[in-house]
Design a protein around this ligand. Structure first.
Ligand code: TXA
Ligand code: MG
Length: 343
């Protein structure tokens, strides 16, 4: 792989420096790769209409070509060049959740490169809710294809330092716009079929989607057998350390985590535990315990999840043991990520 010098551009999302956005926008137009913040995780962006630029995304991420990308746009008018059909149900959903952490899979327009869609006849589209992402799309005047800005199967990036760790000397620009807010990726739904089907859990909860689409399905099968959403590999979002997710009621869970931690401690392993603030003092202090949030504030938990997973890797833990959550609200998306990371 060609080694290039990665430039950092720091941009304040609450007071965007137009000159800096211009530099990044020109880079996109010139077919370069630009990592940028969204409200979910950092994206690794390229001009979705430039096939060579799109191919580079796969190379630098070491991502197989069969895993299609999400196309990011700044407003509904830009859909024209991307989809061949914008069904009524999608219009209704877009009014509720765009801009925001929701991606819709629709029938593709011919202009979109086969590399973006991995040869499928559908394309995934999202309007992100982040001022820097939106300005970058407007400035480049291009739809921006962007997967999460991390090495394939690795934990996604929620700040610019994470992106640098994974992709330094491989991409042209990293826009440092601070920490992302949501912390887990967008929910992906397929609106090209009836009923609408959830392909990936994420920032918009199933409960919220059901209010607008009561008959929406979650095809866990299609998620797990990788047929419909090729990127939904069982092993994903992974840490370098081996990760265990311990499920069960609270007391049983805590006892099981302590037991597991001591077992691996006895084998000479370094242990990290992902815990809630409520439970963190329950674990012996010979282990590294990182609290992510409160049991009743899963937004905070999701926001911290990837950072804490990466932190335990940086601290050279061999084993990470995580608490689990009820399968509701954002808890479902958090559990999905932890299950895949533990696979
Ligand atoms: O929050 C997010 O969605 C972030 C930010 C950067 O927008 N992006 C992201 O992209 O997570 P990525 O590439 O890591 O995940 C995209 C997911 C993959 O699981 C992929 O298989 C699925 O979307 N996908 C993309 N196009 C699809 C299509 N045409 N049909 C079904 N699934 C598709
Ligand atoms: Mg990803």
């Amino acid at each position: 792989m060609e080694k290039i010098k990665t430039a950092f551009i720091e941009i304040n999302k609450d007071n965007i420096d137009k000159e800096k956005i211009k530099i990044a926008g020109k880079a996109i137009k010139d077919g370069k790769l630009v990592a940028f913040p969204t409200e979910t995780v950092y994206g690794l962006g390229a001009d979705a209409l430039n096939e060579n630029a799109v191919k580079k995304i796969f190379q630098v991420k070491e991502r197989p070509f069969f895993d299609p990308l999400i196309v990011h746009i700044s407003c509904l008018e830009e859909l024209q060049d991307i989809v061949s059909d914008f069904p009524d149900i999608a219009k209704k959903i877009s009014k509720m959740f765009w801009p925001g952490p929701l991606t819709m899979v629709m029938k593709k327009n011919k202009k979109i490169s086969q590399y973006v869609t991995a040869g499928l006849d559908t394309v995934a589209v999202r309007i992100p809710k982040h001022p820097i992402a939106l300005e970058l799309i407007r400035e480049s005047k291009r739809p921006i294809a962007a997967p999460s800005a991390n090495i394939f199967t690795h934990t996604s990036s929620t700040n610019a330092q994470h992106v640098f760790t994974d992709l330094k000397n491989r991409i042209d620009i990293i826009i440092d716009g601070g920490e992302t807010s949501v912390g887990v990726e967008s929910t992906v739904i397929d609106v090209s079929i009836n009923p609408v089907n959830i392909l990936r859990l994420g920032g918009i909860t199933v409960e919220d989607l059901k209010k607008v689409i009561p008959d929406i399905t979650i095809n866990q099968d299609s998620i797990l057998n990788e047929s419909k959403s090729p990127g939904m590999l069982k092993k994903h979002y992974a840490t370098k350390a081996k990760l265990f997710l311990v499920e069960g009621g609270k007391e049983k869970m805590i006892q099981e985590i302590i037991k597991k931690a001591f077992y691996y401690h006895g084998l000479g392993k370094k242990i990290g535990i992902l815990s809630s603030f409520e439970n963190m003092n329950r674990y012996p202090n010979i282990f590294i315990v990182e609290a992510l949030g409160f049991e009743n504030n899963l937004e905070l938990y999701a926001h911290n999840l990837y950072s804490k997973m990466r932190l335990l890797d940086d601290l050279q833990c061999d084993i990470i043991i995580s608490e689990s959550f009820e399968n509701k609200g954002l808890g479902s998306a958090i559990m999905d990520r932890l299950r895949r990371a533990s696979n």
